[in-house]
Each structure stands twice: as structure tokens, then as C-alpha cells.
Design a protein around this ligand. Structure first.
Ligand code: BDR
Ligand code: CA
Length: 313
């Protein structure tokens, strides 16, 4: 099978960084057409900076990186420096990036790319708030039917919320955008907290990254060490959940994941539950399934894959 053509839409973020590195390390399975940045974990000037730093860490200055939307569709931007540090990529001491951003706006790049490719041949991989994707769908509805699949990190059902008691961060930051994407009719694979909270970087798994002995392995170990402090304190878990790499790992080894094809809707009205992803996991409605909602993964297989692939960079 030829590699899948994808666009990663991202707000790096240490876990976004690992997701990008995994894609860059996997050219047999993944043809990365470009990286589009969005405001989320930190403001847009930092997410665009961080995406470039990650590509330079992998010595991939050839990757096309685009700046996108700097705020959600209808709400003020909420950021997560309390998790990711003030740069969004705290932990390793990486040099300021030299590579340039593309001139084109991320939304224009998404639209142009989907129009330029045969229908059903480009997959979108959002691992931040869904503002860029929803704006592209709003501005160019003709592209919606051309998307092969959207594989995204966002939402939660059994784990409920991480930023409010009801909502996961990526969906909470731009619930209107998420609602547009979940109603779009594009086949969705969703990596909610229910699965990402099972992808925990234990001490042993972090040591495996570090013992690669490469700049990438050491930086990934430092990144996960930095952002694990938040989840360790909050949940009492063994280490940081690697949310976003679940998306790129799924492209390589979908067999590591399991879930259910269910109806998922996003709360956009109630302030109390804003951004909640209401998943009909138990099939108690007649609402048509619109998403494969992933619930479990083979965590050892996932970390073996990550370590093996990061060793290539
Ligand atoms: C999501 O929010 C961000 O903090 C992470 O990068 C991930 O995409 C987890 O809720
Ligand atoms: Ca992210």
C-alpha cells in the first residue's frame, strides 16, 4: 500500500511534537503533505515556532508549515501553559528555529490541497482545536466530500473532562468548530481521553526514549518528563498520557486500537457542559453513528512502535 497522504493540524505541545516526530519517522506509511498550526495549547506565534523546532529537531527543514487561525470561531482563546509550560514546548533546550513558515494561510493550504487531490485520498489529522478544519469546511464546502477520513485527538466519554469537569481541552477550546466537524459527514476516527489516558509514559518507557541516545530520543524524554508533572499530580498516574501520538500511531498500526462506531455530538450551548462530547457508546438512541470512538489500545505495542520509529530519526 502506498503511504497515506495526510495533513497534521496541530498546536504543539509536547505530545503534538511526539505525534509529528512519529509521522516523520514513518515514510512507508505516512506521506506528510504539510503541517498546519492553530492556536490552542499556546498562542499561534508559539505553536508555529514549536512546529518548526520539532521539524528541525528531526533535521526536516523541508516540511511545509503553515500558520492558521489565531482564535476559536466564537469564543475567546483558552490556553494550557499550566500543562505545557510558557513556551508550550518546555522541557528540552532546543534552538530557535531557522526555517521559514509558508506564506499561504493554513486554511487556504487545506482547501487547495483537497481540491488538488483525487477525492478520498487525503486524510486530515487534527491534534489541536478544530478551528482550521472547520474554517476550511465553512469557506469551501466542496472539499468536505473529498476528505478520506479525519483522525483526531479530542473528546472523552468515560473519562469526561480534563479542562472542565465535562470537556476535553481540544473540543472545549473551540466547540463550535468541533460541532461543524462532527456534523460534517466525513468518516471520523476519534482518540478521546478514554484511550489516551491509557498511553502513559512510565519511568521505563521514558528511559527507553532516553536510551536511544539521539537528540530526538533525549528531547522526547525531556518533553514527557516536563509535562508529566501535571498529570501525575492531578490523576496520580505513573506518567504523562501521550494523547496526540495516538493519531499518528493509528495510521501505522490501527490494529493496536479498538473502539465503537457510535453517534457523537458536541455540546455548544450549556456553559456548564460546553464542549462535552456526548457519545452514544451504549447505543441508546437511534442517532446514526458518525465516528469510531476509540476506547482502548495495546499500550506496550504503542510504546514499542514509538521507540522503534523514533530511533530512526
Ligand atoms: C489535548 O490537549 C492538549 O493539551 C494536548 O496537546 C492534546 O492535544 C489533550 O486534552
Ligand atoms: Ca495537541
Amino acid at each position: 500500500m502506498p503511504p497515506r497522504k495526510i495533513i497534521i493540524d496541530t498546536d504543539p505541545g509536547q505530545d503534538d511534537a511526539v505525534a509529528i516526530l512519529l509521522a516523520l519517522a514513518s515514510p512507508e506509511e505516512i506521506d506528510l503533505l504539510g503541517i498546519t498550526c492553530v492556536a490552542g495549547n499556546v498562542a499561534l506565534p508559539l505553536t508555529t515556532r514549536n512546529a518548526r523546532m520539532v521539524c528541525e529537531l528531526a533535521t526536516r527543514r523541508d516540511v511545509a508549515i503553515y500558520a492558521g487561525c489565531d482564535r476559536p470561531l466564537g469564543r475567546d482563546l483558552v490556553t494550557a501553559e499550566y500543562v505545557h509550560g510558557k513556551t508550550g514546548l518546555d522541557g528540552p533546550d532546543l534552538p530557535e528555529p531557522q526555517m521559514l513558515l509558508q506564506d499561504q494561510h493554513a486554511v487556504e493550504f487545506i482547501i487547495e490541497t483537497l481540491r488538488a487531490h483525487a477525492p478520498g485520498t487525503v486524510t486530515l489529522c487534527p491534534i489541536g482545536p478544530l478551528t482550521n478544519i472547520a474554517t476550511a469546511f465553512n469557506n469551501a464546502p466542496d472539499i468536505i466530500d473529498k476528505v478520506q477520513e479525519i483522525i483526531l485527538m479530542g473528546g472523552a466519554y468515560f473519562e469526561v473532562g480534563n479542562v472542565t469537569p465535562a470537556a476535553e481541552f481540544n473540543i472545549y477550546v473551540d466547540p463550535q468548530a468541533a460541532d461543524i466537524v462532527f456534523r460534517s459527514g466525513v468518516p471520523l476516527i476519534v482518540m478521546p481521553l478514554d484511550v489516551t489516558h491509557k498511553a502513559l509514559v512510565t519511568v521505563e518507557r521514558n528511559a527507553a526514549f532516553r536510551s536511544l541516545g539521539t537528540p530526538v530520543g533525549i528531547a522526547v524524554a525531556q518533553m514527557t518528563e516536563f509535562f508529566e508533572r501535571y498529570d501525575r499530580e492531578k490523576y496520580g498516574t505513573l506518567g504523562a498520557p501521550l494523547h496526540d501520538p495516538c493519531v499518528t500511531a493509528y495510521l501505522i498500526r490501527p490494529d493496536l486500537f479498538s473502539g465503537r462506531h457510535v453517534n457523537v455530538q458536541v455540546e455548544v450551548t450549556s456553559e456548564l457542559t460546553m464542549g462535552m462530547t456526548v457519545a452514544d457508546w451504549w447505543g441508546v438512541t437511534q442517532n446514526a453513528p458518525n465516528a469510531v470512538f476509540i476506547g482502548d489500545l495495546n499500550a506496550d505495542g504503542f510504546f514499542d512502535l514509538l521507540t522503534e520509529r523514533l530511533a530512526r530519526l
